[in-house]
Design a protein around this ligand. Structure first.
Ligand code: CA
Length: 504
């Protein structure tokens, strides 16, 4: 029995109203099994014979939305969006309510998920041209010498796939296929960076592995096609351990969704795209169940940074938006699910981060994060399993924007450091930021500055900030333990040619 909910009109129609054939058609699945057009025979027979996964390592799926806000899911308080499937995932797993990314924008945030390191550690905190993320035809990318989460898992025998928006370098040297992923399907940077929005740029390319198979990419069907790619990869690799990284292109502006979702939500295109991601998540979870690998698969759902000020997203009850070091820019909705391992229906408010995914998954795969270099993330398995008394392994969390350290969190305290704001590309000059201290347990919205009442806390967090500056650097100051980014001399645009027709 399928458990997905298909949204039609503005009502949630339960699956009893969908016949199985229609559901499967919508899901890109045949009645014989979870397969895609063109691969039916090969995969459906495998599905029919499936009796379980002989491999003894767990599978991992990370679903990573783009610009989805803290308040955009039903299970995190949204009244606008219908996300019954992610809500159910939360009911069957654990919500993390103090889960952070390391930057309020795409490129630096993704560098941390991939490496377990702060962006300044791996020098991915801004582009090589004084921009806050990488743009097309960039000389810069994530250094191939960094060890990614995919490389860690691949060394343990995992089949690895990246399906979605990469944004860690668009030159061949930096693509997912060179960073530990066996397979890549997606767009190399943001969906607003094509020629339609910026005439100097190439048409938005859709890649399969390292080949442009479509340009400009048809964004309406991206979420659907990403999902189909993931279902196919999971099905093909059901008897191996696999790692799927699904960095959705949505709900980054311009928002798009497929016909079944367009115009159906109560929150315009942003709501439509959110609800399609919810349906995609359902298809993935249902596929795990159908393949009998549900209880050996950890699925993590979160977002790369907070919702933008425009376009319809919500970070409530947090303050601030994408691009800021307020909680709304960097605290994300996060759900972890692994039946039988992660307790159902629990919430963890301990501080955790995308930094922690690589060390945690490495341990679950029977290895460790790299030991030949500094890794900022920690193993948070004790938090995920709800171990009694488990505490965040982080002494402090550092909020950088671009090259600048702007805030420090330690326990319930968050100190916004006093700093000078200088005018930089893509930003307006603003007045200097004052020192502010918030108790996030009592004041999640960062509204009541109580620095005057806690000079001892201020002193302690200032010292932690200085420790970070020494280690990772700050404006005009190199850190002692930074590592170089990757660079190419002559970057070339990723272009479609008739010769590169998709023959996959
Ligand atoms: Ca983003």
């Amino acid at each position: 029995m399928f458990g997905c909910h298909l949204l039609t009109g503005r009502n949630v129609i339960m699956n009893k109203n969908i016949n199985r054939r229609n559901f499967l058609k919508l899901a890109g699945v045949t009645a014989a099994g979870v397969v895609l057009p063109g691969c039916a025979d090969e995969l459906s027979s495998g599905f029919a014979q499936s009796t379980g996964n002989p491999a003894n390592k767990p599978n991992f799926i990370i679903i990573f939305c783009d610009d989805l806000g803290y308040g955009d899911l039903g299970c995190f308080g949204s009244k606008k969006h219908r996300t019954p499937n992610i809500d159910r995932m939360a009911a069957e797993g654990m919500r993390f309510t103090s889960f952070y990314v390391t930057s309020g924008v795409c490129t630096p945030s993704r560098s941390s998920l991939m490496t377990g390191c702060y962006p300044r550690r791996v020098n991915m905190h801004e582009s090589g041209r004084n921009e806050w993320v990488l743009f097309p035809v960039a000389r810069k990318g994530l250094n191939p010498n960094e060890i990614t989460i995919a490389e860690v898992l691949k060394a343990q025998g995992y089949a690895t796939a990246c399906v979605g928006k990469w944004h860690l370098g668009d030159q061949p040297e930096f693509l997912p296929t060179r960073q530990g992923f066996d397979y890549y399907y997606g767009i190399p940077y943001s969906n607003d960076m094509g020629a339609r929005q910026r005439k100097q740029n190439p048409p938005l390319p859709l890649l399969r592995n390292e080949k442009v198979i479509e340009a400009p990419a048809d964004q309406n069907t991206l979420t659907k096609r990403y999902t189909q790619e993931v279902l196919k990869f999971i099905t093909t690799n059901k008897d191996k351990p696999f790692f799927v990284y699904l960095p959705h292109t949505m709900v980054h502006n311009p928002v798009h969704s497929s016909d079944e979702f367009r115009g159906k939500s109560a929150n315009g295109g942003y709501g439509d795209a959110t609800e399609e991601i919810d349906f995609s998540t359902c298809q993935i979870l249902e596929t795990l169940k159908k393949l009998s690998i549900d209880d050996r698969t950890l699925v993590v759902f979160t977002s790369d940074n907070g919702a933008a000020k425009r376009w319809g997203g919500s970070n409530l009850p947090l303050s601030g938006f994408k691009g800021s070091t307020m909680e709304g820019g960097m605290r994300e909705p996060a759900v972890c699910r692994w039946p039988g391992k992660i307790p159902a229906g629990k919430t963890c408010d301990e501080l955790a981060s995308t930094l922690d995914l690589m060390p945690t998954l490495a341990r679950l795969a029977g290895t460790k994060a790299p030991t030949d270099r500094i890794i900022d993330g920690k193993n948070i398995w004790s938090l995920m399993t709800g171990k009694r008394g488990a505490k965040s392994p982080h002494e402090a969390f550092y909020y950088y924007f671009r090259d600048q350290l702007q805030a420090v969190r330690c326990g319930k305290w968050k100190l916004h450091l006093p700093y000078k704001i200088t005018k930089r590309k893509q930003e307006k000059a603003a007045s200097n930021a004052p020192l502010k201290l918030y108790d996030l347990e009592a004041d999640i919205g960062e509204t009541n500055n109580i620095a005057d009442r806690h000079p001892d806390v201020v002193k302690r967090l200032l010292a932690l900030g200085e420790k970070a500056r020494d280690d990772l650097g700050d404006v005009g100051r190199e850190g002692k333990n930074q590592r170089p980014a990757g660079w190419v001399v002559t970057p070339k645009p990723l272009l479609f040619s008739e010769k590169s027709q998709d023959s996959y």
